[in-house]
Ligand binder design. Sequence first.
Ligand code: AP5
Ligand code: MG
Length: 211
Amino acid sequence: MRLIMLGAPGAGKGTQARKIMERYEIPQVSTGDMLREARRNGTEMGKKAAEFMDSGRLVPDEVVVGIVSERLQADDMKKGFILDGFPRTVPQAEALSKFGITIDKVVNLEVDEEELVERLTGRLTCPKCSAMYHKVFSQPKVKWVCDHDGADLIQRDDDTEATVRNRLKVYKEQTFPLVKFYQKEGIVVDVSGTGKNAGGVFDEIQSILDQ
Ligand code: AP5
Ligand code: MG
């Protein structure tokens, strides 16, 4: 099973990708997580990416395509994967097909803009295992502590309202065209993420994947 999670910032790509990974035992490949790890490790690439990420802009295609192409060659990719946050531009999607990789389904998560802002400005993230929580919708058992590994939760640097608004603008201009791109291949499934909890959204995704 080779999947792409598509959707605006905050639509729940990471939340659902983790659930799919647990249920179907295929790895999640999150370019956002990989870039944040490079930043934490202080690599040259990480430092360069930080400038783009903190202002809500996309990291240049050649950088992201380079990281993904390397990751896709790993052994664990053979049984399938979930791409979370990649591709994000038409040139990235074209690069993916040039690698000779065929995608089975594109799960397009649809959520209203105001709900996206509320989700992101209240999100708490585990810097160690990338688990996601929300100050109101999905609280950890102990305030600001990850349920899985006990690490202190953080708010991502790009989850301020101003940066979130810019990320949404960038999404509309550069990533939304991918819905049409993959619709032409007939592999897009639209899933509504508004007004449901993460478990309800996953039930719908699971029923699509099990068909
Ligand atoms: P990335 O890390 O990919 O961020 P994003 O696309 O902006 O998406 P998010 O991770 O913010 O949201 P999500 O859809 O995963 O939602 P989540 O599940 O966390 O990218 C960050 C940056 O890196 C980019 O801006 C760019 O600079 C760079 N980058 C990454 N990939 C790139 C690429 N390919 N090309 C170029 N640059 C790239 O959920 C959000 C919140 O909502 C959480 O608090 C969660 O608990 C809550 N929630 C989830 N589902 C529900 C629900 N159903 N009901 C209520 N709350 C919910
Ligand atoms: Mg994410």
